[in-house]
Write a protein that binds this ligand. Structure first.
Ligand code: ADP
Ligand code: MG
Length: 266
């Protein structure tokens, strides 16, 4: 009885859907023969190449699927410009232990202080670490849940979202929510509570959430669940958007004229 000859390897590697192993098989085998590798070392080299490429393409795929409005990283965050961002704390969060604890992160502060930037940067780290992430504004989350509710699939949608390690809810408070919308946001937070992580950004302090959500009781119940296991980061200072323009003051010429209402402009 004769043993395997290696002839069927290209077929078997294709069957395993391991293109990096196919690519490297001949070169690695030659090197292994030349250097007298153990069998284990040879297999390890091939599997490592395949695993590494899969991790990278998995991260790319997860980042694409997350729906980030822009790609931002901690590396391109200007810490000197934003001392209130508490760099050591954010870098600790970048280790992502809070995700395995189903805990949350909240960035609160005025517009342009880097809330969305830091939220995306942490969420991208999560994608690289293998977590599924979904990003949307609070208004978009509500619209998504409202659509599900109208189709009678709200429960299924909330259950589907449990497969995500991190949900980013950006811009809570930019628009006040209708009562129904506030209840849906509450349903989302309540479902995530101790099951999965959220990153929330808001330009309003929690004391104003009653107003945003149109109901002090719903706001209190939501905040209670959100902050029970959460890291809160309060950002302060001037808007980085204005700062990038140089003076911190927007020249009047750059401010777009407000649209004139009425049929004259149609
Ligand atoms: P916010 O969500 O707080 O309104 P963003 O995070 O969207 O603000 O920041 C506005 C813009 O300025 C983005 O393009 C962001 O990348 C950039 N930005 C804000 N703060 C910083 C910072 N400290 N370093 C680098 N870029 C920043
Ligand atoms: Mg923002």
């Amino acid at each position: 009885m004769s043993g395997p000859t290696g002839e069927r390897l290209p077929y078997l590697v294709a069957k395993m859907k391991a293109p990096r192993i196919a690519e490297r098989l001949l070169v690695t085998a030659e090197r292994a023969r030349a250097e007298g590798w153990a069998y284990e070392q040879f297999l390890e080299a091939l599997l490592e190449a395949e695993g590494f490429a899969r991790d990278a393409s998995g991260a790319r795929q997860r980042i694409r699927a997350a729906g980030f409005p822009a790609l931002k990283s901690l590396e391109d965050f200007d810490w000197a410009a934003q001392p209130s961002a508490e760099r050591p704390l954010v870098e600790h969060l970048a280790q992502l232990t809070w995700i395995s604890e189903a805990a949350n992160v909240c960035f609160l502060g005025p517009p342009g202080t880097g809330k969305t930037h830091l939220a995306i940067a942490l969420a991208m780290r999560a994608c690289h670490a293998g977590h599924r992430v979904a990003f949307a504004t609070a208004a978009d989350w509500v619209a998504r849940l409202e659509a599900a509710q109208q189709r009678n699939t709200l429960e299924a949608e909330l259950r589907r979202l449990e497969r995500y390690g991190v949900l980013v809810v950006d811009e809570v408070g930019y628009l006040p929510l209708e009562r129904q919308a506030a209840n849906l946001l509450f349903a989302l937070v309540a479902r995530r509570y101790e099951r999965g992580s959220m990153i929330i950004t808001s330009n309003r302090g929690f004391e104003q959430w009653g107003e945003i959500l149109g109901d002090a009781m719903v706001a209190a119940a939501l905040i209670d669940r959100l902050v029970h296991h959460a890291t809160m980061i309060g950002l302060k200072g001037k808007s980085y958007r204005l700062r990038e323009r140089g003076t911190g003051i927007v020249p009047a010429a750059q401010i777009p004229a407000p649209p004139t209402p009425g049929p004259a402009r149609t």
